[in-house]
Design a protein around this ligand. Structure first.
Ligand code: HEM
Ligand SMILES: [Cu+2]
Length: 673
């Protein structure tokens, strides 16, 4: 596909001349305003925002399912949900929160921020980027449409065989799980390729790897985890699809299959998956803490190296999820040890964050409080994780509420808390107005108290022997008090979410009534995205920045006096080189990413219900790919004076001169896809 693409950075924006419509619908759409400009957008910023809106909408679904669970378990013997429906609700809650909320929320921030943090105009393959987003959204909608088509998946988020077979799960719920995750898997894989090539090829001159912000680094490592973790689960899902839809027996022990094969394949993905959800959170914390401590991140190289170490070691611990599956003592010991070791690089990060805030002039904004909360909450989750590494102890803990407490402390207390902090921190850059800090502090405290009231007691319930995934319990088992407390906590979390929504609305209304632009750098921050106006202009940078050191933007704002204290030498607004953006070229909207991705759920419906749908889906897919292939680049090259190096005319035509300065290896390749 890249071969067909002209160099998109050369295209004028939005004044690009209307492309001639050589083949009618195969020409590029030109809408730059209204819903069409979102539907056909290939702009990384818009795609980031769409990921954000979609994943927070799925959070509303996953959160409602969590409230249903907690309401059912508030008292012994409740009858709000039947056992069968309860199985569907907790399964869909787990699947939604992991695949449709936390993972894509990090994709939202990565899409919006990575090109800005490395000084690029967009990602390497803008249309593929749009394709990733639509695959994710259609995969998520397909998965949730099961609620209206017979019921959701009911085998738990890790969906063990043989319970997942048609014998034990005759409904279509697990077919929706299987095919839905195959579709969202395409989104993550294509997204990973895109971001890896973007970071490797599109860094601004001078932005060497060891000058990249920690969030860019952790996201970069994360994409490799996705690339290596997704294949095992993709294979497992295909095998399960063949078992359920075509009568194969890969997981049927009676006919020579092996149910444990599913567990190995699932957790080969499943454990790296937890790092896929926490490494970007570590990156975000490493961005936010220095800004509100007024100090650089402590031990930058160790921050990077420990992220790489976690990335590698994360692939060597998967069987700690299977200590109770009858594995032999040798493998149990090996996986116990490897699991304990992974605590080391994680500990390095926690110590570096502590050292960063130590002696700093802390500014307790809502963003800072959410980011800081990761340190105690993730440490609690991490420590209970270390107790799981002791196989004898784990045999007691596995499948109890102690485990449910553990992974909510790391996934909610870790990842989700930081994501909320990320909203407060980058909101002015994305939308051009600040969220209200007072409401933000209410939001924080309600979330913090609600969270600990919900999941803290679960440690006790688990150690008292309460199994997970039970739809009720009887009076007098000793589970009453802590379950009731946990449910109150869950409702406090629900109130905190409402406070957040109110904050978004009130701040937006206030901005509309009296627009006050926060300026490029409202937090006096350190990285490149804060050197350009808020909200970010469509072309990102008037000039491709030239980088000379780590935290280059900070060092252009601050020098040092004799005592080494930072002294302001320039304002953020004066740092980014200004120029006329008229000549900056950017990728143009395209119909085909959404058309191609729309074919996938139709094929999936066809495989479950009626092959007619699959034929329709295949036509959409093939037709869309064809349209994509022959779609002209935004404007015929002849209409734009540019050379093949991919560098467009900077406002003063100097970009190529700047690029020419760099050694060949570092010369940036223009985005083509
Ligand atoms: C919003 C507040 C939340 C509440 C009140 C909540 C509550 C619960 C409860 C009570 C369970 C256990 C169900 C059972 O075993 O019967 C559960 C399971 C689960 N939760 Fe949450 N949760 C919340 C948020 C999250 C978040 C943010 C994630 C992030 C990834 C998450 C991921 C999961 C997973 C993976 C399961 C396991 C489902 C399974 O057993 O298959 N939850 N949740
Ligand atoms: Cu694990």
């Amino acid at each position: 596909m890249a071969v067909i693409e002209a160099d998109t950075t050369q295209l004028a924006l939005p004044t690009a001349p209307k492309p001639t419509k050589p083949l009618g619908i195969f020409a590029r759409p030109v809408a730059t305003k209204g819903w069409k400009s979102w539907l056909f957008s290939v702009d990384h910023k818009r795609i980031g925002i769409m990921y954000g809106v979609a994943s927070m909408s799925f959070f509303a679904i996953g959160g409602s399912e969590a409230l249903l669970i907690r309401t059912q378990l508030a008292r012994p013997g409740q009858k709000l949900l039947s056992a069968a429906l309860y199985n569907q609700v907790f399964t869909m809650h787990g699947v939604t929160m992991i695949f449709l909320v936390v993972m894509p929320l990090f994709a939202a921030f990565a899409n919006y921020l990575i090109p800005l943090q490395i000084g690029a105009r967009d990602v390497a393959f803008p249309r593929l980027n749009a394709f990733s987003f639509w695959c994710y959204l259609f995969g998520g909608l397909f998965l949730n449409s099961s609620w209206f088509l017979g019921g959701g998946a009911d085998g738990g988020w890790f969906n063990y065989a043989p319970n997942s077979s048609v014998t034990f799960s005759p409904g279509h719920g697990i077919d929706f799980y299987t095919l839905g995750l195959l579709i969202t898997g395409i989104a993550s894989t294509v997204g990973a390729v895109n971001l890896i090539i973007t970071v490797m090829n599109l860094r601004a001159p001078g932005m060497t790897y060891m000058r990249m912000p920690v969030f860019t680094w952790m996201t970069f490592i994360n994409q490799f985890l996705l690339l290596f973790a997704l294949p095992p689960i993709t294979v497992a899902l295909f095998l399960l699809m063949f078992d359920r839809l075509f009568g194969a027996n890969f997981f049927n022990a009676a006919l020579g299959g092996d149910p444990l094969l599913w567990q190995h394949l699932f957790w080969l993905f499943g454990h790296p998956e937890v790092y896929i959800m926490v490494l970007p959170a570590f990156g975000m914390v490493s961005e936010i803490l220095p800004v509100f401590s007024r100090k650089p991140i402590f031990g930058y190289p160790f921050m990077v190296a420990s992220g790489v170490a976690i990335g590698f070691m994360g692939f060597g611990v998967w069987a700690h999820h299977m200590f109770a599956s009858g594995m032999g003592p040798v493998s149990v010991t090996a996986f116990s040890l490897s699991t304990m070791f992974i605590a080391v690089p994680t500990g390095v990060k926690i110590l570096n964050w502590m050292a960063t805030i130590y002696g700093g002039r802390l500014k307790m904004t809502a963003a800072m409080m959410f980011a800081l909360a990761l340190i105690p909450l993730f440490t609690i989750g991490g420590l209970s994780g270390v107790t799981h590494a002791f196989a004898p102890a784990d045999t007691q803990q596995t499948d109890t509420y102690y485990i449910v407490a553990h992974f909510h402390y790391v996934l909610f207390g870790g990842s989700f808390f930081v994501l909320l902090g990320g909203f407060y921190f980058w909101w002015p850059k994305i939308f051009g107005f600040m969220l209200d800090e007072k409401l933000g502090k209410w939001h924080f405290w309600l979330t913090f108290i609600g969270f600990n009231l919900t999941f803290g007691p679960m440690h006790m319930l688990g150690l008292q022997g309460m199994s997970r995934r039970i739809f009720t319990y009887s009076e007098g088992q000793g589970f009453d008090l802590w379950n009731f407390v946990a449910t109150i906590g869950a409702y406090i979390i629900a109130i905190s979410v409402i406070v957040f929504l109110v904050n978004c609305w009130v701040s937006y209304r206030r901005h509309k009534a009296n627009p006050v632009n926060p300026g490029p750098d409202p937090w006096d921050a350190r990285t490149l995205e804060w050197s350009i106006p808020s909200p970010t202009p469509e072309h990102n940078f008037d000039y491709v920045p030239q980088i000379e050191e780590l935290d280059d933007f900070w060092h252009r704002k601050y020098g040092h006096d004799e005592q080494g204290r930072p002294v302001k030498i320039a304002d953020a607004a004066d740092i980014a080189q200004k120029g006329d953006a008229k000549n900056v070229h950017l990728p143009s909207p395209s119909y085909w990413p959404i058309v191609v991705s729309a074919g996938l759920p139709f094929i999936a419906y066809g495989l479950i219900f009626n092959l007619g749908w699959a034929i329709l889906g295949s036509i959409l897919l093939a037709g869309g790919v064809w349209g994509w292939v022959i779609e002209p680049s935004t404007a015929p090259a002849s209409e734009h004076p540019h050379d093949d190096s991919g560098h467009g005319d900077e406002p003063d035509g100097s970009a190529d001169a700047a690029a020419a300065e760099l050694p060949a290896a570092e010369r940036e390749e223009a985005p083509v896809g």
